[in-house]
Design a protein around this ligand. Structure first.
Ligand SMILES: [Zn+2]
Length: 217
């Protein structure tokens, strides 16, 4: 858990792993409570690495996933091998997260590419749900939480594109270019809607918003 907290804790991944979804979402949007929460959690996870479990020895317990004998003193229904495999999958998801966030935060995200990644991410989470059911634990992510977070990021990205175009035109006083940029954005959104009909509900109001801005010029 230390390495996950250290590398991905700023996105709240360690909270999602522990099924603390509220905290996870909070960390996700505040960059780990502006880094302070992340720092405290990282130090805690580091100390925990050196503490031995108080649980009685594993005895004859077997891994729920593969049936192999669980290593003694392990406080889990999974063997170390299976748990590591699961953690790897979680890491995979968090890498996708990081990539999507990076793309949005670079400033000029390609909206369709963003939705495509979001779609891949959603499929990953679906796989995690299946995996979680197999080993009889609660699903690792609530798809609903993920969807809400990603929706919000998408709306932010579009709003950012509009406000950047407006700001630029205030400096250059170039209305023609502003019109062109907003029309390009509208077209990009229409393409998005065409290629990702399942996100139409998210995209349609963004098209309206861009058109509205265009009409006000
Ligand atoms: Zn196992």
């Amino acid at each position: 858990m230390f390495f996950i907290t250290f590398f991905f804790g700023v996105f709240g991944v360690h909270h999602f792993l522990r099924r603390h979804y509220g905290l996870g979402v909070l960390y996700f949007f505040t960059a780990g409570l502006i880094g302070i929460g992340w720092l405290v959690d990282t130090v805690r996870a580091f100390i925990a690495m050196f503490k031995t479990s108080d649980e009685p020895r594993g005895g004859g317990r077997r891994c729920r996933q593969c049936g192999r004998r669980i290593e003694p003193r392990r406080n889990s229904t999974l063997c170390a091998h299976c748990e590591e495999k699961m953690e790897q999958e979680y890491l995979q998801i968090s890498k996708h997260f990081t990539r999507v966030i990076d793309e949005v935060e670079k400033g000029q995200p390609h909206l369709e590419g963003y939705l495509r990644r979001f779609d891949i991410l959603n499929k990953d989470v679906e796989q995690m749900w299946d995996l979680a059911q197999d080993i009889d634990v609660e699903p690792p992510f609530h798809q609903r939480d993920l969807r809400q977070a990603m929706d919000r990021k998408f709306v932010e990205a579009v709003s950012m594109r509009i406000s950047m175009a407006l700001e630029k035109s205030q400096i250059t006083m170039d209305v023609t270019k502003l019109r062109q940029e907003l029309m390009d954005l509208t077209e990009e959104l229409i393409d998005c809607k065409y290629h990702f009909p399942k996100y139409a509900e998210l995209i349609a109001p963004m098209i309206e918003k861009t058109k509205e801005t265009l009409n006000k010029i």
